[in-house]
Design a protein around this ligand. Structure first.
Ligand code: BTN
Length: 148
């Protein structure tokens, strides 16, 4: 049987753990959240400005849900392995706007996860209704794997 010295074993485990934590989190690609909404981030420039599209699974309105554009900005993964970001979704089928802010984390198993909070501002007809116009919540996004 092959003998492995405890020193080599510890070195191997340390390098393995470092390899996982060194994985950088990148926002580009397709994501699904805990509500079943789909988000695609298509373009990212050198400053970390990005755009994409959002297909929500749920809505506060009775309008037919349509794919809506998003615009955002992130700190660059070259500087931070688990960058913070924010983006705005301009809903095309309703008068509301949602802003998301969050951070991209790499799990212990190397899986990327976006933990976000959002504010959804609905349109109201008069100032007296302002108090009920903003909802707040959280969403967790995981990367959609390409179909095999
Ligand atoms: C609207 O209801 O006016 C537009 C759709 C809002 C969908 C919200 S945004 C926050 C939450 N996360 C989602 O993926 N969908 C809902």
């Amino acid at each position: 049987m092959v003998q492995v010295s405890p020193f080599l074993l510890v070195l191997f485990l340390a390098l393995g753990a470092h390899g996982l934590s060194a994985k950088k989190c990148s926002l580009t690609g397709r994501w699904v959240n805990d509500l079943g909404s789909n988000m695609t981030i298509t373009s990212m420039n050198a400053n970390g400005d990005f755009s994409g599209s959002y297909y929500t699974a749920v809505s506060t309105t009775l309008e037919k849900i349509k794919v809506s554009p998003l615009l955002g900005s992130q700190h660059l993964p070259t500087q931070l392995k688990q960058p913070t970001f924010g983006f705005t979704v301009h809903w095309t089928f309703s008068d509301s706007i949602t802003v998301f802010t969050g951070q991209c984390f790499v799990d212990d198993d190397g899986k990327e996860v976006l933990r976000t909070m959002w504010l959804l501002r609905s349109h109201v007809g008069k100032r007296g209704d302002d108090w009920k116009a903003t909802r707040v919540g959280t969403n967790i996004f995981t990367r959609l794997q390409p179909q095999q």
